[in-house]
Design a binder for this molecule. Structure first.
Ligand code: CO
Ligand code: ZN
Length: 332
């Protein structure tokens, strides 16, 4: 699965521009799914299994987009001003490198470089693509860029851009590989435009009308020096969403997840997140409502070019999701 995660994280696909990641995922899942299609917004919908009398129609969403930047203005000297797609933070942008869809690379610089200890806002930053002047600049207004950083392994840790949420995508793909013969009809949906407000999940959940919903995504770890107080650490297992800023996970779904973890002897953590949300919110609120939860992977430095996870957590997430989906789903 490491090679798969490397391929996924090194692919360029900010929200709204998911073509490259979609092609990669489709090639990977075509042999695993019973049926695949791509909807109008670009979500991949892949069915695995057929519903029997004690089965359910389940939607498992993993967003495939990543945060990015979009050019707003090129000045006379050839520097590119930009706004954000999703929420990349200025502190993680400064000094970084980005790549445009065309392959053009750039360095992020800031105004007032003498203010060494201040982090400028996004409109105090610019991308330097090495242009000599405006005419020479190969970037147009509206061109889209993403972090440009290779995947690396550090002991048991994985480091890459867009582990949010390509690690979740990898968990979904590996679970598809292992599922078989159960009573459920599972729709694995690789969603677009999550980072700009769960837009792909909104339309795909409406279309599928699932009986149970789950999103796979990341959750910020609180285990670094002087971090916020959060009981989420790398290497202690995948986490089960209880609450985030826009959703209360269905307690029946939480109980099902915890029972499955206990039975499979997988250690888990419980997530209460005070900012941010996931595709699960869109699934839960579709039509007349769907019992929904979230399986989230502990991650350090979320939305930076060097997000970090523990490989064991990723593997255990696959184990847990497989255990949850292989048999009848009892929501009591
Ligand atoms: Co994110
Ligand atoms: Zn995410």
């Amino acid at each position: 699965m490491k090679q798969l995660i490397q391929n996924l994280t090194e692919t360029f696909s900010p929200s709204g521009y998911e073509d490259a990641i979609r092609d990669l995922i489709l090639a990977e899942i075509k042999p695993l799914a019973d049926e695949t299609r791509v909807d109008t917004l670009g979500n991949i919908i892949a069915r695995k299994g057929e519903k029997t009398s004690n089965g359910q129609r389940v939607m498992v969403a993993a967003h495939m987009d990543e945060i990015g930047l979009i050019a707003t203005h090129i000045d006379e000297a050839g520097f590119v001003r930009f706004t954000t797609i999703g929420i990349p933070f200025p502190r993680y942008l400064l000094g970084g490198r980005v790549r445009f869809a065309s392959g053009v690379q750039g360095v992020i610089g800031s105004e007032k470089p003498d203010k060494k200890n201040e982090i400028p806002p996004v409109d105090g930053l610019f991308i330097d693509v090495g242009a000599l002047n405006k005419k020479d600049c190969p970037v147009n207004v509206g061109d889209v860029a993403a972090f440009d950083r290779p995947f690396v392994e550090m002991g048991t840790r994985l480091v890459a851009k867009s582990l949010d949420n390509r690690a979740g995508v990898a968990v979904a793909i590996e679970t598809m590989r292992r599922l078989g013969g159960g009573p459920n009809e599972v729709y694995f949906v690789f969603t677009v435009q999550e980072e700009v407000g769960v837009r792909g999940a909104t339309v795909s959940a409406y279309g599928l009308d699932p009986q149970v919903g789950l999103a796979i995504d990341v959750t910020p770890a609180g285990d670094t020096p002087n971090s916020i107080r959060r009981d989420i650490a790398l290497g202690k297992g995948p986490a089960i969403k209880i609450k985030d800023s826009q959703m209360l996970a269905d307690p029946k779904v939480v109980a099902w997840m915890e029972r499955a973890a206990e039975k499979a002897q997988i250690s888990i953590q419980r997530e209460v997140l005070t900012s941010g949300s996931t595709d699960a919110r869109a699934i839960q609120l579709t039509r007349s409502g769907v019992p929904t939860g979230g399986l989230v992977l502990p991650c350090r430095y979320v939305h930076s070019p060097s997000e970090m996870m523990d490989y064991g957590d990723v593997e255990n997430a696959v184990e847990l999701l497989t255990a949850m989906l292989n048999g009848p789903i009892d929501l009591g």
